[in-house]
Ligand binder design. Structure first.
Ligand code: NAD
Length: 354
């Protein structure tokens, strides 16, 4: 199993180093993991003049999975769009056909007080949001701003999903549900939108191939409300690009800790790019302050979703839970009564627990 390791910028290299440490330990234990590293984002621009050099793209293409840190930094903010670090991520998604974005939002018991909701509402929350990443109103044509006959301007975008696009994200949703508790909620707005009517029809058709999964449907406005009212009713949610970006940000913030949340972007064969949901945090880069747990949990997702190594993934997740239960915290999740540690020490503690 070949892993392309792309640390990127800011805290990227520090947090990636902790995840790589754990993967090396698992490799020593018998997992056949091979890792190769390449520059991406601002670091790659500095080295080669391109945020996604051909060699990095080639490495990612030939790998079975990609472990990605983060990209970006103020020193690159003035570059033309094509040279900016974030183009690397967009380029990888496009070139590798990564259409399914998986964002788990889990509340660890020890961090329940970090949520903006009351502990009794979020305690035990463990949701996976699956967002379609390459279609919808984000990419639909035509789009633009035009002049109307009465002289005022009108902006317009096109919401659009083909049957095959809906089908493949629905399959990804059902597969993800089968790795968890066999519950899938499809979110749409089919009382108003034609696109959503087709979405619901196709998802319902695909459901026939997964009799073990219980499928429900919910309107997006209700889903936004239910996430705040009773998030524990959800397990896996599957939805389109636009509804997904909003609901996944809402759900992730219920956990209250950006440094804890992993993500995956998968293609049709479960090849994936795995990364923490946070950015490159230039304000704390190089200071041994960053929380490496989102990246470590991304590595666990990689083992589960790309390599079907549920047991190894579970070992990493259990190690993280044990370290939190032992009271160790990086600065971002530190609370009175817990012990503050740095990036490296947190990585070492997870390693020891593993
Ligand atoms: P950010 O997520 O980097 O940081 C937001 C805040 O959260 C900062 O205060 C930061 O210190 C803190 N933070 C983030 N990750 C943390 C961690 N692991 N441990 C502890 N604290 C953490 O978002 P931003 O400040 O808006 O953006 C900084 C740069 O990152 C920008 O260049 C932006 O374009 C880029 N960015 C990249 C990605 C990506 O690579 N996927 C995503 C978002 C932002």
């Amino acid at each position: 199993m070949k892993i392309a390791v792309l640390p990127g910028d800011g805290i990227g290299p520090e947090i990636i180093a902790q995840a790589v440490k754990l993967l090396r330990a698992l490799a020593k234990d018998g997992l056949k993991l091979e890792m190769e590293q390449a520059p991406v984002g601002g670091a790659a621009y500095d080295a080669t003049g391109e945020p996604l050099p051909a060699a990095t793209l080639e490495l990612a293409r030939n790998a079975d999975a990609i472990l990605f840190g983060a990209v970006g930094g103020w020193q690159y903010d003035q570059l033309p769009r094509a040279k900016r670090p974030e183009q690397a991520l967009l380029g990888l998604r496009k070139e590798l056909g990564l259409f399914a974005n998986l964002r788990p939002a889990k509340v660890f018991p020890e961090l329940v007080n970090a949520s903006s909701l009351r502990p009794e509402v979020v305690s035990g929350m463990d949701i996976l949001i699956l967002r379609e990443l390459t279609g919808d109103v984000y990419f639909g044509q035509p789009r633009g701003v035009r002049m109307l006959a009465n002289g005022e301007r009108e902006g317009f975008d096109t919401m659009r999903y083909s049957e095959s696009e809906i089908r493949r994200i629905a399959h990804a949703g059902f597969r993800a549900a089968m790795k968890r508790t066999n519950k899938l909620c499809s979110v749409d707005k089919c009382n108003v939108l034609e696109t959503s009517q087709l979405w619901r029809e196709v998802v319902t058709e695909v459901a026939r191939e997964y009799p073990e999964v219980t499928l429900s449907h919910m309107y997006v406005d209700n889903a936004a409300m239910q996430l705040l009212r009773d998030p524990r009713q959800f397990d896996v949610i599957v939805t389109g690009n636009l509804f997904g970006v909003i609901l996944s940000d809402e759900a992730s913030m219920l956990t209250g800790s950006i440094g804890m949340l992993p993500s995956a972007s998968l293609d049709a064969n479960n090849k994936g790019l795995y990364e923490p949901i946070h950015g490159s945090a230039p304000d704390i880069a190089g200071k041994n302050l960053a929380n490496p747990l989102a990246t470590i949990l991304s590595a666990a997702m990689m083992l589960r979703y790309s390599f079907n190594l549920d047991q190894a993934a579970g070992r990493i997740e259990a190690a993280v839970a044990r370290v939190l239960a032992s009271g160790l915290r990086t600065a971002d999740i530190h609370q009175p009564g817990t012990e503050r540690v740095g990036t490296m020490e947190m990585g070492d503690a997870v390693m020891a627990a593993l």
